[in-house]
Design a protein around this ligand. Sequence first.
Ligand code: NAD
Ligand code: 89Y
Length: 341
Amino acid sequence: MSLNGALIGCGFFAVNQLHAWQEMRGARIVALCDRDPGRLAAVGRDFGIERRYADAEALFAGEALDFVDIATTLPSHRALVELAARHRVPVICQKPFAASMEEGRAMVAACEAAGVPLMVHENFRWQAPIRAVRAAIDSGRIGEVFWGRVSFRSAYDVFSGQPYLATGERFIIEDLGIHSLDIARFLFGDAERMTARTRRVNPAIRGEDVATMLLDHESGVASIVDCSYATRLAEEPFPQTLVEIDGSRGTIRLGRDFRMVVTDAAGSETLEVAPPLHSWMERPWHLIQESVVAIQRHFVDCLAEAREPATSGRDNLKTLALVEAAYLSAATGDTIALAGI
Ligand code: NAD
Ligand code: 89Y
């Protein structure tokens, strides 16, 4: 039996989600919604989806849905998640999930009160190289991890595809750093304290485009999470996240071009941890596109098995808290205790 879903928000990123749904066993998208008629018609035509709505209320009224996939930008997330909860429809919501902790907590509470599963589309931890790093930690080969770095540095022009990123008061931490912080949680566990510094280098945008963050994790690991869209390099690495991890018996280095080196007393091993390239994927986005398939697969499996997704709304509140703490630390110069966020 196949689950029938709807997708709301037919914009820049949603096409990746639609391609991933097309190759998903056990689920399909039967209806689309976008308040922009041009986008709705174009995406409906491209993906052969005839049932189309300009308004989300009308979508829920007109369809019997097993799930809804919200691919709109942040300002609409709360209203749409709460609408799904009222209709008791399981929901996936794109990152950044909420604009504040208060908003995020209200969204999680609405879904929990309605008994509705909620997953945040926080996909970077589902990237093939990041999964490989986590597997290398879990193998125990490098011993006890005591230090880490999650790094994303680029000068890729993200503003041409996503012009709204240039206009917000917040930019890189809320848009991209949120993924890096989630990866840090995935690899090193939850954090207790955050210290952050930010800069805006690009004069043509409103928010910060450089952030350097220091995290104290409950596990005792100290990690650095750094991200920049103002870093011009000899070879543009977008959208690769590079990872360095030191453990009591060895190290892991996830370098450029999906090369992971694991070193222990026996020597170094280099592994190719590239994502597979499906027919609809395009370099360099295939790294992200493949993680979309993985996270949507995870959602369908969790629904089938009545399991909480790894990046449930409740889990994602901890990633959101890191985002809020980073902005607070950058504004005040203080180290922020996560318990107070
Ligand atoms: P976009 O502006 O290109 O598309 C959003 C679409 O949603 C638009 O077509 C708009 O008309 C529609 N929309 C907005 N509010 C609506 C509402 N209330 N009802 C119906 N339609 C509505 O945005 P985008 O670049 O595709 O980004 C969408 C989301 O995806 C953002 O939250 C962004 O951060 C996220 N994103 C995630 C990744 C990732 O790897 N996870 C990558 C890129 C973007
Ligand atoms: O919006 C961002 C995301 O989630 O991944 C990369 C991106 O598209 C630009 O920073």
